[in-house]
Ligand binder design. Structure first.
Ligand code: G3H
Ligand code: 13P
Ligand code: ZN
Length: 320
């Protein structure tokens, strides 16, 4: 068992309190490999933004849990080398069982999500409360979820959004003791969030209703990639075949970040940026076979994307 404090990480409690009162949101960027991690840390050091490094169970399988743990520890040191002691949270994204959350806490995570949103309300409360009880013994913060995002989430496919019911949030927060709450207001995972012809619009009215029931309580938005059309076009220009990729307009996310939304999850946009960077090099220089020659430019593109998110969407620059 290793405690996150010994790794130089922090939990999300103070970060969220500051973000809610300051009208901005903390970036929660997923990572699976070294280049993604370097880009996140470099972007957040340069913009002086606090950051949440997110690891999904898929990332854990892909990269190995021990390596990821040491990479996060390395990120703390790497930030200092770049000239700034960045506050970093290591967070489990979409934990689906008590055992997974417990294992991550034992590996040094400072924050976990228990996503019981696919269960009945009663089962969600029970599972979330169980994780909170264990996590709080180690001062690890916990994110719960109410409402189901459309699309694929934790291998469960939902055709339609089940929006979070404002009537339930107060009871859920009280009964579970969670530190933050992910809600469903029309965002969804992946790069195909709306159908062509559909108006890309999230339900800021439901968010406002939720805020009324739990004023000042930290709210989380999943599925918040914007799917930048210039990046999609670049992927397609260099041989990709992405069709009808549509995300959440940035101005809507900016509006949400100014409210009690204090954590915004972005994964797909990073995947797109990296893919565009790699495709460009491989297409323009087909004889290139040194991974550093295409991963390096992709990493730069990723860093630029993250800096843009921090400054123009989340408003977390200068808040570290
Ligand atoms: O919410 C899902 C995240 O984008 C992580 O995706 O499970 O493919 O690693 P993943
Ligand atoms: P996107 O697929 O919109 O980037 O969402 C990521 C996410 O919610 C991770 O939990
Ligand atoms: Zn998510």
């Amino acid at each position: 068992m290793v405690n996150y404090k010994d790794l130089g990480l922090v939990n999300s409690r103070a970060m969220f309190a500051k973000a809610v009162s300051g009208g901005y949101a903390i970036p929660a960027f997923n990572f699976n490999n070294m280049e993604q991690l370097q880009a996140i840390v470099a972007a957040c050091v340069e913009t002086r933004s606090p950051v949440i490094l997110q690891v999904s169970s898929g990332a854990r399988k892909y990269a190995n849990q021990t390596l990821l743990r040491y990479m996060a520890q390395g990120a703390v040191e790497y930030a200092k080398e770049l000239g700034f002691a960045l506050p970093i949270v290591l967070h489990l994204d979409h934990g689906d069982t008590f055992e997974l959350c417990k294992s991550c806490i034992e590996y040094g995570f400072s924050s976990v999500m228990i996503d019981g949103s696919h269960h009945s309300y009663a089962k969600n409360v029970e599972l979330t409360a169980q994780v909170v009880e264990y996590a709080h013994k180690y001062d690890v913060t916990v994110e719960g979820e109410l409402g189901v995002l459309a699309g694929v989430e934790d291998d469960v496919k939902a055709e339609q959004h089940t929006y979070t019911q404002p009537d339930e949030v107060e009871d859920f927060v009280k009964k579970t003791g969670v530190d933050s709450l992910a809600i469903s207001i029309g965002t969804s995972h992946g790069a195909f969030k709306f159908k062509p012809g559909q108006k890309p619009q999230i339900r800021l009215d439901i968010l406002a209703e939720i805020e009324k029931r739990i004023p000042g309580f930290p709210i989380v938005l999943h599925g918040a990639s914007s799917v930048p059309q210039d990046i999609v076009a670049e992927i397609n220009r260099y041989g990709g075949q992405l069709k009808d990729s549509i995300g959440i307009p940035e101005d809507q996310l900016r509006a949400a970040a100014k409210s009690a939304v204090c954590k915004i999850n972005i994964d797909s946009d990073g995947r797109l940026a990296m893919t565009a960077g790699i495709r460009k090099v491989l297409s323009e220089q087909p004889s290139e076979f040194d991974p550093r020659k295409y991963l390096g430019p992709a990493r730069e593109k990723l860093k630029a994307l993250y800096m843009h998110k921090v400054k123009e969407v989340l408003g977390s620059d200068g808040k570290a």
